[in-house]
Design a protein around this ligand. Structure first.
Ligand code: ATP
Ligand code: AH0
Length: 383
């Protein structure tokens, strides 16, 4: 008997470690095949809200159990949730859609603490509140179950990368093995081998150090296109200090907290040299990931905001030039800005279907594991 394939329309909401805003994307999927990638949007956080999120990282340090909300974290969680609700409402209005057009929302929330060694990960975001306000089912807390089964709780997007790679078409088959590199606040990579092997891990800092550096020294949120970095030079002593961190020398990779790498001292570099060196470190850290892969990738597909920093792209291109080529997601017909939000939509549909989100090769979980918590919407108005 044929199993009926149920195609769902989902919205994914991602507020990542850069804390720059909410990425939103729509997706139609049966939880396996990506039937259609839909519209996407971005709702930026204002500087004051971003500051509050940054302060929340400090407040969250005292958390010992996932449900604790010390200081103003409960209030912040409510506001963050309401901002997500507004982002969805604006998106639906813009697209001429209404709540019954959406089956489920995948809600990441904001990571404020991530300690894999203690199996502790905390995302601010109230799934019940979001579901009640929007009248749409919401899947949230997608990382926690993985950790109870021995996983790192991150990264979660890799299974979606594999689904994207499967849909790329035959002309890409010759370019396997392929690696997706997400350069967000933190960078993570997904390796898909010729035999379909899936291997993924956080590769190191992404933009978060560069962002903090240019914020501190120039009062701007990020180094647009890497323009400031392009005026500087790589300080090799400083770069080597980052690249000899125990994170890189350890046998097994662990998933990163935003605060695991910290800024250089002000005395160590000027604005341009600091931005240049940190961009180099981001690219070199990604290239270093190859030591943990079965084969050298032939194709590197860059996603996430860091692909707009041309110094990072140039440095990675140079570091991998003998064995592979580096392209932006768009060159493969993909969307590098909305990919994580798309992934959260896809993962939500999988969660509802009880399908695995994580694998031994992605988070180190003991066996393929589903996850997520379903917050049901109030029953929609009858009739
Ligand atoms: N035009 C640009 N030039 C240079 N850098 C940019 C540009 N646009 C965005 N970025 C960088 O990308 C970052 C946002 O990237 P992205 O949205 O992929 O991160 P995130 O999803 O918050 O992080 P993560 O993937 O770690 O959760 C910004 O903070 C900035 O550093
Ligand atoms: C704990 C947490 O929120 N980790 C994020 C972070 O940002 C990038 C990297 O570190 C990745 O491990 C993860 O996000 C992506 C979306 C993931 O889970 O695939």
């Amino acid at each position: 008997m044929n199993k009926t394939v149920q195609i769902k329309r989902a919205i994914g909401l991602m507020s990542g470690t850069s804390m720059d805003g909410i990425d939103l994307a729509m997706l139609e999927t049966d939880g396996d095949i990506i039937v259609r990638r839909g519209a996407s949007s971005f709702a930026a956080y204002d500087a004051a809200f971003r500051k509050r999120l940054e302060a929340a990282l400090e407040t969250a340090r005292s958390i010992r159990a996932r449900g604790e909300r010390p200081g103003d974290l409960a209030e912040l969680e409510t506001e963050l949730t309401d901002r997500h609700a507004e982002a969805v409402e604006e998106f639906l209005a813009r697209e001429g859609l209404s709540t019954p057009d959406v089956d489920v929302i995948g809600f990441h929330g904001q990571t404020v603490l991530h300690r894999p060694l203690e199996a502790l990960t905390v995302q601010l975001g109230d799934g019940e509140r979001l579901a009640a306000r929007l009248g749409i089912d919401v899947v949230h807390d997608l990382r926690a179950r993985d950790m109870t089964l021995g996983g790192q709780g991150a990264p979660l997007v890799p299974a979606y990368h594999r689904a994207l790679a499967a849909g790329l078409g035959d002309e890409w088959a010759e370019e396997m093995p392929v690696v997706f590199v997400n350069i967000g606040g933190i960078s993570n990579i997904t390796y898909i081998g010729c035999d379909g092997e899936l291997r993924a891990f956080d590769s190191g800092p992404g933009n978060t150090l560069i962002d903090q550096w240019v914020q501190r020294h120039a009062g701007i949120p990020y180094d647009s296109a890497g323009a400031i970095a392009s005026e500087g030079r790589v300080l090799s002593g400083l770069a080597n200090r980052y690249l000899s961190s125990p994170f890189f020398t350890a046998k097994h990779r662990v998933s990163l907290d935003r605060n695991d790498f910290t800024l250089p001292d002000d005395s160590e570099a000027g604005l341009e040299d600091g931005a240049r060196t940190l961009a180099f470190v981001t690219a070199a850290a990604i290239a270093k990931a190859q030591a943990h892969l079965a084969e050298k990738p032939k194709l590197w597909i860059l996603t996430g905001g860091g692909r707009h920093n041309r110094m990072i792209v140039e440095d990675l291109t140079v570091a991998t030039r003998h064995t592979g080529r580096v392209i932006l997601a768009e060159e493969a017909g993909l969307n590098g800005d909305s990919m994580e939000a798309e992934a959260w939509a896809w993962l939500a549909v999988r969660s509802v279907a009880g399908l695995p989100l994580t694998y031994p090769g992605t988070t180190g979980v003991s066996e393929p594991a589903t996850g997520g918590v379903l917050a049901r919407a109030q029953k929609r108005a009858a009739g």
